[in-house]
Design a protein around this ligand. Structure first.
Ligand code: FRU
Length: 487
């Protein structure tokens, strides 16, 4: 990814220098919104999510600035409006009263000399502040530098960049990005992802009184060599009495069933002291989500709950929606809890608000099928002493996925065909159900209380058909869901 990003940055900067076309006044924002509006009409809706956030047009990657301001949740995202592939990064913006109904807002940040890479958002008094990585091209190797920038808003919609940017210049490594900021007592804290001089991922911690002057505190974590060459999008928070370092390492080698995606997202559980700034790991790195498409997740604490959202896609894999004029989505919002040595992840309670009519509540016999709309929720119960196999496929063909419970291996399997399999052991805590969310091009499977979760993109033609290929009949509850995002 870094290589592709560098080439694109270079092309973008040369093009803008030659055309003298960098414009950062309000008129460029107005023009951009007009462009988005007109381009939207050209989008092919077949794979467009009905309740997952996706870009109005163009490309999306990481969620950014997950926050709560003036009575609403806000989510930003890495956004390139002019093509459905990665390009000079903007920050797209949506807001929600309840984490399930999202409203599209004007693009929050537009790149100038700096591209607006990932970051976070905090509320400082009445000011809504974005802290993001500005990525700039330079003349010397490695031809880019990354430093931290601020942008402010007094209304939660219009943002202006701080004149004193950057507030935290890059230090020893050119890779110095994705700040996550939080407040503890009277201080602001910031962690960001970086790498050591010999190419191992690390996460560093800073503090500040005013968000503008930052002091280095410590290295929170570092790859031992097996944990990749770069740690992107770190997050650090307390969960049920422990500290969690959540991050997205690049460069981990696959190991059996694990680490099969291009890059990983996972966490280390440990303890931390605000006196010594030392994080002591207690449980090894574990993946947060076991599906094909989950990356660069970010959390938010609100009213005592810890929420998480991830990019519902992956680097360097096909994005079939690309030819339809858009690419990428965010997962539904999940709530995190600690359960022993693992994080469990549940859909937010508010997901129930999307339920419309019930499609079925009863027994789905062996080899029987059920037609489902593009946007549906399923709750499946079977006997875990026997195998379970579900086939979920397009009513008119296209993408399909098999979900299996292999009772002998004790594993849940998500199989997109052609050996494109993700699987992991599942030990149910209490509930034996599977809760499945289907949207026009995605599947999220939550096992039990959320001990095991898979997020995978699937591209069916038409609506969905669910077939029970198990050696047993299954109890199926199915709901049609209402729209949670704009058309
Ligand atoms: C992660 C990432 C971040 C970076 C952003 C650029 O997916 O590579 O490290 O800030 O995407 O779009």
């Amino acid at each position: 990814m870094a290589y592709i990003q560098n080439i694109l940055v270079l092309i973008y900067c040369l093009a803008t220098v030659y055309s003298g076309s960098i414009r950062h006044d309000n008129s460029s924002k107005v023009e951009l919104e007009a462009y988005i509006k007109s381009k939207k009409n050209e989008i092919n809706p077949r794979y467009r999510p009905h309740y997952h956030v996706s870009p109005p047009v163009g490309w999306m990657n990481d969620p950014n600035g997950f926050s709560y301001y003036n009575g609403e949740f806000h989510l930003f995202y890495q956004f390139y409006p002019y093509d459905s592939i990665w390009g000079p990064m903007h920050w797209g913006h949506v807001s929600s009263p309840d984490l399930v109904h999202w409203k599209q807002l004007p693009t929050a940040l537009i790149p100038e000399a700096e591209m607006c890479f990932s970051g976070s958002a905090v509320v400082d008094g009445n000011t809504f502040t974005l802290i993001y990585t500005g990525r700039e091209v330079i003349d010397e190797e490695p031809f880019y530098k990354e430093s931290q920038f601020l942008a402010f808003s007094e209304d939660g919609i219009n943002f202006h960049k701080y004149k004193g940017n950057p507030v935290l210049p890059s230090s020893d490594s050119a890779d110095f990005r994705d700040p996550k900021v939080w407040k503890y007592r009277d201080n602001w804290y910031l962690i960001l992802g970086s790498k050591t001089s010999d190419g191992r991922g690390k996460v560093v911690l800073y503090s500040s009184k005013d968000l503008k002057n930052w002091e280095f505190l410590s290295i929170i974590g570092e790859s031992n060599g097996e944990m990749g060459y770069m740690w992107e999008c770190p997050d650090f928070f307390e969960l049920d009495g422990k500290f969690i370092l959540l991050m997205s390492p690049q460069g981990m080698e696959p190991k059996g069933d694990r680490y099969k995606n291009t890059y990983q997202t996972g966490y280390i559980i440990g303890s931390f002291s605000y006196e010594t700034y030392e994080f002591i790991p207690e449980v090894e790195f574990q993946e947060l989500d076991f599906g094909h498409d989950f990356y660069a997740s970010q959390t938010l604490e609100h009213n005592g709950k810890r929420y998480v959202v991830g990019w519902f896609s992956m680097w360097e894999v096909p994005h079939p929606e690309e030819i339809d004029g858009w690419a990428g989505a965010l997962t539904i919002i999940r709530e995190l809890k600690l359960s022993g040595n693992r994080i469990i992840m549940k859909p937010v309670d508010e997901m129930i608000k999307l339920r419309q009519n019930s499609i079925m509540h009863g027994s789905l016999l062996r080899n029987k099928a059920l037609n489902l709309p593009k946007e549906s929720e399923l709750i499946i119960n079977g006997d875990l002493n026997e195998d379970i196999e579900l086939l979920i496929e397009g009513s008119m063909g296209g993408g399909k996925v098999w979900l299996r419970w292999d009772h002998e291996a004790g594993k849940v399997v998500v199989d997109r065909g052609s050996d494109d399999i993700r699987q992991v052991e599942w030990v149910p805590k209490k509930s034996h159900s599977w809760r499945i969310f289907l949207d026009a091009s995605s599947l999220e499977l939550f096992c039990g209380e959320g001990e095991v979760v898979f997020s995978s993109r699937i591209y069916p033609d038409g609506e969905w058909i669910l077939s029970n290929l198990s050696p047993q009949s299954l109890l199926v509850e199915a709901y049609y869901l209402e729209r949670g995002v704009p058309v």
